[in-house]
Ligand binder design. Structure first.
Ligand code: ADP
Length: 779
């Protein structure tokens, strides 16, 4: 509640004693004096905090208050902040701040009206009555602080008694508050200015370029840290220095003059004392001073130089074109690319120099990449080069300034790629078409690739997944082959022979070469080439036999020729002596023996000659059945000692062959059969079968005996010359060998077999027209 007219202390004269009046006067004088002192003191305080402190303490003294506070309002006056408080609890201040807008005192002072109460707790509308009681004060004076026509806060004095402010005291209090408001407002402004100054100073010092304020004659008024660094002096030493002293030279046309004369901003390029590249911008200032900003472009220059060095030394040709497509700059590599005889590149149209070829590919934005060909010209020579072009627009602040194009010569790469493709194709063709098995293996022996021929030799039509070499190996050889493969993985080239089982079960022999192949990334695989050499091995065996035979034949025919004449001589002489009447009977018998032995020897010689193939074939039409019958007729003992079942095909076709030689074969086979059955006295043991047969191309002869059969160890050798199991005199070991030669010479084949029921079976077939069959030397 604001107080009404004062009750306890009347201001009306005549109501108090003279002494009272004197005392009152003295107090007022004291208060006015204090006020003057305070005003004086306030004038000397600069910062707002000290000002407010002084206002509170002095006010307390002047008005005899026990407590005081200074509050400042926010701009929209909805809150207040306690800046100074003396003798007040935090709890109370917190309540005041919380209920600020509802406080009767606040409402008054916000409107610039003072609030006086001799008993603040009795105010019925105050929301802080309780807190006031707790706090323990009674009288209150709340004075608005009005600065520049606006209430910026309040000054409050609290009294422990029911203090009543007389009217003149109230005016005094208001005057005190006005004085205080002025001081606080002023010091707050000063605070603000000094804050702004500090901010500005730090901005001035920390800006990335040098800043200086200089007089129109160039003398530094103030300058920042960077300027000091440029000049190599402390900041404090800068004022008074001539700005020109910071540069190695100064332009003849003085920029200071120019700015002053034109009133316009001027920029000049200068070199700093430390060799820096600097740009000075001088701006006129209304005060007459100049603001100078100094930009250090040294780092930029260095970057630019570095960049242009990169461009100049790049392997790629780098060209910059105008927006119209004309080359405006090109690096050294451009000349190398186009060749010395291409003339100047700068000034030409890019489109003229490189014709787009293919694969135009937009990159990010409107950058493009494409393949092109260019013609390179060097003294006298001209060649096409393949290049890839990467081009991108050059933008500066959104304005197209042309394009940069980078050309890379890829001719060698392309040639290499083509060569690679070609060699790959060649390898592919070789791999696919080679009549030899080629395959690649991984370390586990799995096939990685297999060609047709490889499938062929193992008898597969199509490659099967997961096949490994091991699938085809004979178990006994797996380890050995693995060792060879492992050695190849170690980097060796290996040659080896192995046996494998075809898909149809046949076992064949192969010769292989395995070669390590270094693949990309260091991985190793092996490539192997294999040949089925089964037939070759057979041929080799046959060849060595036929070589042996040829040598034997030469030897035999030489010996036989040498023997022929003496034998004929012995025989003829024995014959002649037999006719001599003087030869007695016993001598005659001896001569008879000499003659027959000589004839036997001559037959052997003839056999040897046949074996040595000295006799050419005398081919003529002949009847095999007739030859068989004649053979029996010529050797009557055959028919006498053994039983022969003759199964001769009736109407057997006649053939073209050497009848004499065929007869020899037939009688050799019959003789052997008979000899095999000799010694067996059982009827079944002396029974043989003779058969002839024919088909469209061949006629055949076979003889089956019931003899001992052929011993297994003899079987592979019976056709060898001089192989015999018979005792000396009984066999020469030439019969089958000669028979074999004769039959082979006719294009036929002789075979031998043991019969399941015992005994042997020999047979041969002859082509019906042996002249039509060409067969090489026998084996
Ligand atoms: P030779 O009859 O003079 O021994 P061959 O070349 O005619 O010479 O025969 C070679 C060998 O073949 C004989 O020694 C004999 O071991 C074997 N042989 C040939 N024919 C028969 C047969 N029918 N039965 C058993 N063995 C035979």
């Amino acid at each position: 509640m604001s107080d009404g007219p004062e009750r306890r202390m009347s201001t009306r004269p005549g109501e108090g004693s003279a002494a009272d009046l004197q005392a009152l006067l003295a107090r007022r004088l004291d208060q006015v004096e204090s006020l003057g002192r305070v005003a004086h003191a306030l004038a000397g305080v600069e910062d707002a905090d000290s000002t407010m402190q002084l206002v509170a303490t002095e006010g307390m003294r002047v008005f005899g208050a026990e407590r005081a506070a200074v509050f400042l309002f926010d701009r929209v006056k909805t809150t207040s902040r306690c800046m100074v408080s003396i003798g007040l609890s935090a709890r109370y201040l917190e309540a005041v701040s919380r209920h600020f807008v509802d406080l009767p005192s606040a409402r008054a002072v916000l409107n610039g009206v003072p609030y006086f109460s001799s008993d603040a707790a009795a105010d019925p509308v105050s929301p802080v009555t309780e807190q006031i009681r707790l706090e323990g004060f009674v009288g209150v004076a709340g004075l608005p602080l009005v600065f520049a026509g606006e209430a910026i806060g309040s000054l409050a004095f609290y009294h422990d008694n029911a203090r009543v402010y007389a009217a003149d005291e109230r005016r005094l209090a208001m005057a005190f508050a006005d004085q205080a408001a002025l001081a606080i407002g002023k010091s707050r402004l000063l605070d603000q200015v000094s804050r702004i100054k500090r901010e500005w100073q730090s901005a001035f010092d920390s800006t990335m370029n040098g800043l200086a304020i200089v007089s129109s004659s160039g003398v530094i008024v103030r300058a920042n840290r960077l300027v000091a660094e440029m000049g190599g002096v402390p900041v404090t030493a800068l004022p008074g220095l001539d700005l020109r002293a910071l540069f190695t030279s100064w332009p003849e046309r003085d920029p200071f003059r120019e700015v002053v004369d034109t009133g316009q901003r001027v920029s000049v390029y200068l070199e700093g004392l430390g060799g820096q590249h600097l740009v000075l911008t001088l701006t006129p200032h209304p005060d007459g001073d100049l603001v100078v900003s100094i930009d250090d472009l040294t780092e930029l220059r260095r970057l630019e130089e570095r960049f242009s060095r990169v461009v100049q030394t790049a392997h790629e040709a780098i060209l910059i074109t105008s927006p119209a497509g004309r080359v405006i700059s090109a690096n050294r590599a451009t000349l190398d690319l186009f060749g010395s005889a291409s003339g100047p590149i700068v000034g030409r149209m890019l489109a003229e120099l490189i014709a787009e070829e293919s694969g135009v590919r937009p990159d990010a934005g409107s950058a493009r990449r494409y393949a092109a060909t260019i013609r390179r010209k060097d003294a006298g020579a001209s060649e096409l080069r393949h290049v890839t072009v990467s081009s991108a627009p050059l933008d500066e602040g959104g304005t197209a300034r042309g394009e940069v194009a980078i050309l890379r010569d890829v001719t060698e790469e392309r040639l290499a790629a083509t060569a690679l493709l070609r060699s790959e194709a060649r390898y592919r063709a070789l791999f696919d078409k080679a009549p030899i098995a080629i395959f690649t293996l991984d370390p586990d022996g799995h096939f990685q690739s297999v060609n047709r021929a490889a499938l062929g030799i193992v008898g597969l039509a199509e490659p099967e997944a997961g096949l490994s070499l091991q699938t085809f190996l004979l178990p006994a050889e797996v380890m050995a082959v693995r060792r060879e493969i492992a050695a190849s993985f170690e980097g060796e080239t290996r040659e080896f022979i192995f046996h494998f089982r075809r898909a149809d079960g046949a076992v064949r022999e192969a010769a292989a070469v395995s070669v390590p192949v270094e693949e990309l990334g260091g991985a190793r695989s092996i490539i192997a080439i294999a040949r089925d050499v089964t037939d070759e091995a057979e041929l080799r065996l046959q060849l060595s036999r036929s070589e042996k035979m040829a040598a034997l034949g030469q030897l035999i025919s030489g010996v036989a020729h040498e023997l022929n004449n003496p034998l004929a001589g012995i025989s003829a002489l024995a014959q002649a002596l037999l006719f001599d009447p003087e030869v007695d009977e016993s001598t005659g018998k001896i001569l008879q023996t000499v003659r027959s032995e000589a004839m036997r020897a001559a037959r052997i010689v003839s056999d040897l000659l046949t074996f040595a193939r000295q006799r050419p074939l005398l081919r003529a039409e002949m009847d095999l059945n007739a030859v068989v019958r004649e053979a029996f007729a010529a050797a009557p003992s055959l028919g006498e000692e053994f039983i022969w079942d003759l199964d001769l095909e009736s109407g057997l076709p006649r053939i073209i062959a050497d009848e004499g030689q065929v007869r020899q074969v037939v009688s050799n086979l019959l003789t052997n059969a008979a000899q095999a059955m000799t010694g067996d006295d059982t009827a079944s043991g002396r029974r043989g079968i003779v058969r002839t047969w024919s088909n469209a191309e061949y006629i055949g002869f076979e003889v089956m005996d019931s003899g001992t059969g052929i011993a297994p160890e003899a079987m592979p050798r019976i056709f060898e010359p001089f192989f015999t199991t018979k005792h000396v005199g009984a066999g020469t070991g030439l019969g089958l060998s000669i028979s074999h030669s004769i039959v082979r010479a006719h294009g036929g084949e002789v075979h031998a077999q043991n019969r399941p029921q015992g005994g042997a079976r020999f047979w041969f077939e002859l082509p019906r027209d042996s002249t039509r069959i060409l067969r090489g030397i026998d084996g």
